[in-house]
Design a protein around this ligand. Structure first.
Ligand SMILES: [Ca+2]
Ligand SMILES: [Ca+2]
Ligand SMILES: [Ca+2]
Length: 231
């Protein structure tokens, strides 16, 4: 009886030690994937913006930089996937670069598999849209910027470029796996936008506009229905 009791005690202590070491591990490292239970309860769509409120600062607040001009305009087209309004991006390039827009997210996003949006181009060489996703690797809920370089100093920036070379609207679906880490050695070089261990998850999205043919040319595009989806 005593031997059985001692065996049970040792087993219980082992279980407790096991739990403790797992907790310590969770606090000290950002996991590369979330648990199944978290993923199964998570929504399968997150609407970043469909501009239904008629502007770009009320429901979702976008900031802009560079020469890009934003305006939310009524959708005149009949495509069923369009909402009532879309965001128009226009601007004049300086050495290819026009500017960009961004939105703070602070979102549990590890279970989303694709980024979707609709884009209206003006034919060949309409321009490039480079989509940038920042995850919070140093767990302070902000994108840390190096003041000297203007680049992120502690968080990953994952990017994917879209050459808009078509006329009219098109639904664009980008697998998250097609986003590449643009700053090796900064952050942990792993796409892990989970709100665990103090991380704010997916911190921010930015969309950078550049020209495709004329380095000093103009750009005009419309975008709508920007969302993260689990497919
Ligand atoms: Ca950060
Ligand atoms: Ca990195
Ligand atoms: Ca990361």
């Amino acid at each position: 009886m005593n031997a059985l009791y001692r065996l049970l005690c040792v087993f219980t202590i082992c279980l407790l030690l096991g739990a403790t070491s797992t907790d310590v591990l969770a606090k000290n490292s950002l996991p590369r994937s979330s648990s199944k239970s978290r993923a199964s309860n998570a929504p399968s769509v997150y609407m970043i913006d469909n501009f239904l409120d008629g502007d770009y600062t009320t429901t979702r607040e976008w900031f802009s930089f560079g020469n890009v001009k934003l305006s939310v305009i009524p959708n005149q087209d009949k495509e069923t996937y369009l909402s009532k309004y879309a965001l128009q991006l226009t601007g004049q390039a300086q050495q290819w670069y026009v500017g960009g827009i961004g939105q703070y997210l602070g979102l549990e996003a590890g279970h989303f598999t694709h980024l979707k949006l609709v884009i209206k181009g003006n034919g060949l060489n309409s321009g490039y849209l480079r989509i940038e996703l920042f995850d919070d690797d140093n767990r302070n809920a902000k994108v840390d910027i190096n003041q000297d370089t203007g680049m992120p100093s502690a968080d990953d920036k994952f990017v994917h470029s879209i050459l808009v070379d078509w006329e009219g609207w098109r639904v664009v679906t980008v697998p998250i796996t097609q986003f590449g880490d643009s700053n090796p050695g900064v952050g942990d070089d792993s796409y892990n936008p989970y709100q665990i261990a103090g991380s704010a998850g997916l911190l921010q999205i930015q969309i950078i506009v550049t020209t495709a043919k004329d380095p000093m040319g103009g750009v005009e595009m419309l975008i709508d229905q920007i969302k993260l989806v689990k497919m």
